[in-house]
Design a protein around this ligand. Structure first.
Ligand code: GN1
Ligand code: MG
Length: 380
């Protein structure tokens, strides 16, 4: 049964129950809710009730996910990557919270996934926590920087060639521009004219937007193992202390640049508005938030960075915002096959917001670089 957005709540509940059974979840399924955080995978919180051993009821929750098979063409290799990375982190940070994936025991083999046709399902323990989409609490922002910086550091001795490239060329900005050009050429939904001003702007900044990709290609920036999707809502926080508990969403852990992780985190966390805001006059880079994240991130990573890596951090949010604008616009032109949308022009709106953000980042590039250098000096 497909579990598209058109599926009825009853069908979905039945489906989730059968997935839970395949993973041998104990207790009685009694409710579920969709978690609308990610733009790609489908995520649900499911709640089970069981005996606590003393005759009282205990409720236990799990996170059930259906991987987007359009975005991730090699789901089994992806799960193998996650296994390797979480194991590595477990060894390096024995006391820290780690993600726990449940196993199916279908053929006596302990697998962390269930394949149903093209769909891969997986189940993770639910961690009581809070996440932030935008954040005024600079303590939380700094902690997110520490968490992503520590994630980076904990993988510095991980053999990058041991990882399967789950989405090849994920942060290859040149290729994202190429895909935009092809979508414009193809124009299958006749949307090209509606996207003209956005396309013109993106093409006008292409050389600057592709700086990271060009420096990677010329070998001036080292490839590391990076997270590649460092939205602040991919960090779980303790509801009371507001300290970071664990970094989640490891689907795109692949070889990449430090600047990808830094720039992507900033473009999401330090925007005055949400990623799909239509209030373009309010959209822009908040330097206070930027500073807090940079300080946390560099407190972990500064000692290991090369001078060239450090020199690219200030411009990286601009590059990442333009790259994502290309991706949203390409998806809009192709009829939205990749990103989940909540209304017809959603991807065009998202692209416009990233463009407005990138314009403000362009103005603030030197300030961003100065802040990075100041923080790095502190931690070296
Ligand atoms: C997707 O699904 P989510 O929200 O974790 C996308 C990121 C984008 C982001 C934009 C695998 O991430 O690259 O930056 O949307 N992930 C993938 O919101 O394409
Ligand atoms: Mg993701």
């Amino acid at each position: 049964m497909p579990t598209s957005q058109a599926t009825s709540p009853q069908e979905l509940a039945k489906k989730l129950q059968s997935i839970g059974a395949a993973f041998h979840l104990p207790g009685l399924f009694f409710s579920h809710e969709e978690v609308r955080a990610g733009n790609v995978n489908h995520t649900y919180k499911v709640n089970y009730i069981m005996d606590d051993g003393q005759g009282m009821a205990r409720i236990k929750s799990y996170v059930v996910q259906r991987l987007n098979s359009f975005a991730f063409r090699n789901p089994i290799q992806l799960m193998e990557n996650i296994d390797k990375v979480t194991e590595h982190i477990r060894r390096k940070r024995p006391g820290a919270m780690n993600l726990h994936y449940h196993h199916t025991d279908v053929t006596g083999e302990r697998k962390t996934y269930l394949m149903e046709g093209k769909d891969l399902w997986r189940i993770i323990n639910y961690v009581p926590s809070i996440t932030c989409d935008s954040c005024e609490d600079l303590h939380v922002v700094r902690n997110a920087g520490v968490a992503f910086g520590d994630f980076q550091k904990s993988l510095e001795d991980f053999q990058a060639t041991d990882l399967f490239e789950t989405i090849p060329n994920f942060h290859n900005t040149r290729m994202r521009y190429q895909q935009l050009r092809e979508a414009l050429q193809e124009n299958p939904y006749g949307r090209r004219d509606a996207a003209r001003p956005e396309v013109d702007y993106l093409l006008s900044v292409e050389p600057e937007a592709c700086r990271l990709t060009d420096l990677e290609k010329s070998g001036e920036l080292p490839l590391r193992v990076t997270h590649n999707d460092t939205k602040i809502n991919n960090v779980l926080f303790d509801p009371e202390t507001r300290n970071a508990l664990v970094v989640i969403d490891l689907d795109t852990v692949m070889p990449g640049l430090v600047a990808h992780d830094f720039g992507d985190a900033i473009r999401f966390a330090a925007n005055f508005t949400q990623e799909d805001s239509q209030e373009l006059e309010k959209t822009g880079l908040d330097l206070n938030t930027y500073w807090a994240f940079a300080d946390g991130f560099l407190s972990q990573t500064a000692p290991g960075l090369t001078e060239t890596e450090l020199a690219t951090l200030g411009e990286s949010p601009f590059c990442l915002a333009c790259e994502l604008a290309c991706r949203f616009l390409t998806d809009y032109l192709l009829g939205d096959p990749y990103f989940k949308i909540h209304y017809p022009d959603h991807n065009l709106v998202r692209a416009r917001c990233q463009i407005a953000l990138s314009k403000d980042m362009h103005v603030k590039k030197d300030a961003m670089q100065a802040i990075v250098e100041g923080c790095a000096k502190k931690y070296r």
